[in-house]
Design a protein around this ligand. Structure first.
Ligand code: BGP
Length: 465
């Protein structure tokens, strides 16, 4: 459907951008920070990627000033659990508390609304060593951590996100966290994370009646490779397993029936204790945040041994024997890193989420990873990024015209940071950080062409794209 008069972005629309602690902060071990699973993650040999990252921990003031210059209304960042609790639980590290106090105050100084992710892949190492999410004690540790965050920051933070991309941690656990556990174990971890999320949502509403909280999965609509009913069924399977399992639980407190049948069929069902389902049912999010990079396309999997399990990159579908098989969508161009580009799929994803859950939506990641180049004249001409973002913002406007309630957009990323899979050579930011994988150089911040473009988009509330 085309609109002669597409609706405008709402007046108080939250334009901003995102980062996550382990990808941007650096400051490993600084001021009492404990290690997290990221510190044992396999990273390209010889790189200092996660130790220093973009050194935001030491340069946050300069970075926030640049965000303010772009006109951000919000900034999505994550809190490193092991800065607050170096051992995941137990004693609070006051210096860690202080860092986020300073960051939040700095944002508020410029009227930038903090949007806080409580947990973005970086589970404290000591919890991991005690079984991580497979151990129910991690659920209690998360509840204590959540309570601590609400106590210290709840007077200033109004928007909270529970867990970043829980669905990707389950579907691509080995790629993201380097953990090689069975699927049965992964779905048990999943159940515990869902419980942790539910507890945080209930706690947030009890402690901070004016705050809002929601989940932050990676949601993208799944297309069938053809109009063959078997392909459609495969798409339906993957939609349930990848997307709706997570949102049905967050919103309705129940296991999606197709996803549950899949778990039963494969012997992956988790152990559920008395009271768990009640806990899950009682927790309600105020909004849904989601990350979108591209749609996915799948075909029927006959289960003849040709399909392999998902181990790769989170945006490239491989498949699961007998359930669905990854398929290249020939209609879509690809990024330099092989991710398909599908702005229309963004609008479709908005429509689907909104008609299933009827909650306000905010985009917490969307963007283009590329090999940006710093020219001799000191500029970074990332026109490809502008084009990607422009096309996606146009689709948000169309989704709003379709009647979808969207209240914010935070592309990935506010500033260059370390990619989850390809280190610091894959860049996403509006601000270039002058370092490479092996050489930290001067870490200077340089405004890219997309910086000036996004500033104008925000200034005109999305009128001038
Ligand atoms: C999401 C993660 C982010 C970020 C992004 C880009 O899955 O939430 O942390 O890394 O993907 O992915 P990558 O860095 O692999 O290009």
């Amino acid at each position: 459907m085309k609109y002669a008069n597409a609706k405008k972005f709402p007046d108080n629309f939250l334009w901003g951008a995102s980062t996550s602690a382990y990808q941007v902060e650096g400051g490993a071990g600084q001021d009492g920070k404990g290690p997290s699973v990221i510190d044992i993650k396999r990273i390209p040999e010889g790189t200092t990627d996660y130790k220093v990252a973009s050194d935001h921990y030491n340069r946050y003031k300069e970075d926030v000033a640049l965000f303010a210059e772009m006109g951000f209304k919000t900034y999505r960042f994550s809190i490193a659990w092991s800065r607050i609790f170096p051992n995941g639980t137990g004693e609070v590290n006051q210096q860690g508390i202080e860092f986020y106090n300073n960051l939040i105050n700095e944002l508020l100084k410029y009227d930038i609304e903090p949007l806080v992710t409580m947990y973005h892949f970086d589970l404290p190492l000591s919890l991991h060593e005690k079984g991580g999410w497979g151990n129910r004690e991690t659920v209690d540790a998360f509840e204590t951590y959540a309570k601590t965050l609400f106590e210290y920051y709840g007077d200033r933070v109004k928007y909270w996100l529970t867990i970043n991309e829980q669905n990707m941690m389950i579907l691509h656990g080995s790629a993201i966290l380097g953990s090689d556990v069975s699927k049965k174990e992964l779905y048990q971890q999943n159940h515990h994370m869902l419980l942790a999320q539910a507890k945080a949502m209930v706690l947030c509403h009890n402690m901070l009646p004016n705050a809002k909280i929601g989940p932050a999965p990676n949601i993208s609509y799944i297309y069938p490779a053809s109009s063959k009913p078997e392909d459609m069924l495969a798409a339906n399977n993957f939609n349930a397993i990848r997307n709706w399992l997570y949102l049905d639980m967050a919103v309705y407190g129940r296991y999606n029936h197709v996803a549950w049948s899949y778990m039963e069929e494969h012997g992956y069902t988790p152990t559920i204790l008395d009271g768990d389902m009640e806990m899950l049912r009682n927790a309600k999010p105020d909004f849904i945040a989601f990350n979108y990079y591209t749609s996915k396309t799948v075909a029927e999997s006959k289960g003849d041994g040709q399909d392999v399990n998902n181990t790769g990159d989170q945006e490239i579908v491989i498949g699961e024997a007998g359930v669905y098989k990854g398929h290249t969508n020939e209609n879509l161009p690809k990024t330099e890193f092989g991710w398909e580009i599908d702005p229309v799929g963004f609008r479709i994803t908005f429509r689907e989420i909104y008609s299933r859950y009827n909650l306000p939506l905010i985009v917490t990641e969307n963007g283009l990873g590329a090999f940006d180049r710093l020219e001799e004249d000191g500029t970074v001409r990332d026109t490809y990024r502008i084009e990607y973002l422009r096309k996606h913002i146009e689709q948000i406007q169309l989704a709003i015209s379709d009647g979808v309630e969207v209240f914010g957009y935070c592309p990935w990323a506010a500033i260059d940071l370390v990619s989850t899979h390809q280190g610091s050579k894959k860049r996403y930011g509006f601000i270039f950080v002058n370092r490479d994988e092996f050489d930290l150089k001067d870490m200077k911040r340089i405004r890219k062409e997309s910086f000036y473009w996004y500033k104008k988009v925000i200034e005109t509330n999305g009128d001038d794209l």
